[in-house]
Design a binder for this molecule. Structure first.
Ligand code: PLP
Length: 255
């Protein structure tokens, strides 16, 4: 729920229906784990009617990143299982501790608890209404940016930021051909904007996209400042009379 490359949701309910058909035909019962790293903290507030979670019976577990749209600082992730049966027993360590049997589920050893505290604080402080307001503001800025970037002849939008507040675009045929999104990324970096350009995954690596992630604090004013710099850099690149030299591209994302 929130594909790294494009910010789009995958159709969990439709995938589940396809698995129903497979089960009817073959007897195989395939559960679903939803990677809600970003969307797990967006969809409940911005698309409450979209069924992707435990409302879909096949969904057995969901993860989400507290440090993304959970709004905490880096290093906090969550996973929830539908019920104890869905949780792999191998993940639970039973420790004999001070005379008692203490089952513990942990993927790490000692860690600070401050991140959990911050998440708890934010849940109490913002509540459902507060999260809806914060995520809604990010979505509005993302959609504004996407509409402005999509309006430039040199770009073609991949998606408009209406799933998670993340969107990506590619170069269109109208661009001069003397520059790439890697060059634009470099030029923007000199203005302090980190806007990655990267190849799409396996079997689509010829296609390069550029992506913006809008989070809490990226205001409409900042968006306008960014658009000003973006247009300036695109104008510069379009005025080139010969092609910019190319660097070897960096690798894509891996999770
Ligand atoms: C960020 C992300 C991850 C990794 O989550 P972390 O909590 O940062 O480790 C996995 N999948 C997707 C789709 C992501 O966006």
């Amino acid at each position: 729920m929130g594909v790294t490359y494009t910010g789009m949701y995958e159709p969990v309910k439709e995938i589940s229906a396809a698995l129903d058909a497979i089960q009817a035909e073959t007897g195989l019962d395939v559960p679903i784990h939803v990677d809600g790293a970003s969307g797990g903290m967006i969809a409940p507030f911005l698309q409450p009617d979209l069924e992707w979670d435990f409302r879909v019976p096949r969904v057995a577990s969901i993860n989400t990143s507290g440090h993304k749209y959970g709004l905490t600082y880096p290093g906090l992730g969550w996973i929830v299982w539908r019920d104890a049966d869905a949780m792999p027993e191998e993940l639970v360590f039973r420790v004999s501790y001070l005379g008692g049997d203490m089952p513990t589920l942990a993927l790490n050893f000692s860690r600070p608890g401050s991140q959990v505290l911050l998440q708890y604080y934010l849940f109490l402080r913002l509540g459902h209404e507060g999260y809806t307001a914060v995520q809604g503001a990010s979505r509005d800025v993302a959609r504004y940016l996407a509409s402005q970037i999509g309006a430039l002849a040199q770009f073609e939008l991949w998606k408009d930021g209406s799933d998670i507040p993340v969107f990506a675009w590619r170069l269109s045929d109208a661009a001069s051909g003397n520059w790439t999104l890697y060059h634009l990324s470099d030029r923007l970096r000199t203005r302090g904007w980190l806007v990655p350009a990267y190849p799409m995954p396996q079997d689509m690596t010829d296609l390069v996209v550029q992506r913006i992630v809008v989070r809490n604090g990226f205001s409409r004013d900042l968006a306008d400042a960014f658009l000003h710099d973006l247009r300036e850099q695109v104008d510069y690149l379009e005025r080139l009379e010969a092609a910019m030299p190319l660097e070897a591209p960096e690798g894509g994302f891996h999770h």
